[in-house]
Design a protein around this ligand. Structure first.
Ligand code: NDP
Length: 301
């Protein structure tokens, strides 16, 4: 038996179509407003460069303005903060994203919290994290928001289900757990110090893996028929000494997981595309809110 594949790529295509429709509608509602997303990249991390290029292309594709800022690896923190200040004041910019990770000499918390919370489309600022946690209107981190969309689509109501999130990072694990709690799941967060992880995972109706270790979660850790969301994106190079083709591998051992899970997201083609689609959705939402309009209908929040 093989698990049903949750088609993140197809869902993301549909969501980007909804965002593009929302962008066109917005022009009718509010003169010539065009949502704008600014992406800031510091240094030359090849993986980050790929993400930033793809974000810029898809931003333009849905009819938004894409602003891209590439700063040198050794940029001073005060210069980065000054750019954030300019973007906060720029009325053509409705969403600001600083690509992580940042070089070590820069305090990432200070940079993220310098972003106007209304433009913080990554939802990483203390302000948005706090709002989400206490149940106020927030901008929600894109990766967990994308995961939640896939789960909602697959299950309908998640109420009462047992969810295990493996990983407790600020960008994936913690907000994922908060969102699942908001959906009335019974949530367990596991991490590197968790005892008997396999037994905990086996109890999950929903298992979210955000660990950053290729093929870490084994098939026999997955309860019969559980839904598995594999957030991991691990670049693994075939062959010796890092020479050869690079493959993207998830945190879940897909082959063995398929024999136990009821449904599973593939890597690539699962969470990754939904993350970018949710970023665009958040930018449209931020634009609506900046104009005092209701949130766009049908988009994830
Ligand atoms: P982090 O490295 O920040 O966090 C990893 C988490 O995994 C930590 O909480 C850590 O625990 C936990 N962990 C590590 N080892 C173990 C173990 N042996 N058992 C249980 N838990 C363990 O990673 P991120 O959250 O940023 O990312 C996780 C993965 O998701 C990565 O592969 C990343 O590339 C991918 N990702 C994918 C995105 C997408 O769009 N698809 C977006 C963002 C990330 P502890 O806290 O105790 O150290």
């Amino acid at each position: 038996m093989c698990a049903e594949l949750i088609d993140g790529k197809g869902m993301a295509l549909q969501l980007r179509g909804d965002v593009a429709h929302g962008v066109r509608e917005l022009r009718g509602l509010s003169h010539e407003t065009q949502p704008g997303l600014a992406v800031v990249l510091v240094g030359q991390n090849p993986a980050s460069e790929v993400y930033v290029r793809s974000k810029a292309r898809l931003t333009a594709e849905v009819g938004m303005t894409s602003f891209k800022y590439e700063l040198e690896e050794d940029v001073a923190e005060k210069d980065l903060l000054s750019l954030i200040g300019q973007l906060n004041r720029n009325r053509e910019v409705h969403g600001i994203l600083v690509q992580l990770p940042l070089p070590e000499h820069i305090n990432a918390h200070a940079v993220i919290n310098a972003i106007d919370p209304e433009k913080d489309v990554d939802g990483f600022s203390v302000s948005n994290v706090g709002r989400l946690t206490v149940g106020q209107k927030a901008l929600v981190p894109c990766t967990p928001l994308g995961c939640l969309q896939m789960l909602r689509r697959h299950h309908g109501s998640l109420s009462g289900l047992s969810a295990v999130v493996v990983g407790r990072s600020n960008i994936v694990g913690k907000p994922m757990a908060t969102l699942l709690l908001r959906e009335n799941c019974t949530v367990t967060i596991a991490h590197s110090q968790t005892q008997d992880l396999a037994a905990i995972c086996r109890k999950a109706d929903i298992l979210v893996a955000a660990v950053g270790k290729p093929n870490f979660i084994q098939g026999d850790w997955i309860g019969h028929g559980a839904t598995v969301i594999d957030v991991g994106i691990n670049r693994v190079t075939e062959g010796q000494q890092g020479i050869g083709k690079t493959n993207l591998i998830g945190d879940v051992d897909f082959k063995s997981a398929c024999r136990h899970a009821g449904a599973i997201t593939p890597v690539p083609g699962g969470v990754g595309p939904m993350t970018i689609a949710c970023l665009l959705a958040n930018t449209l939402t931020a634009c609506h809110r900046s104009l005092g309009l209701d949130d766009p209908v049908g988009l994830p929040v």
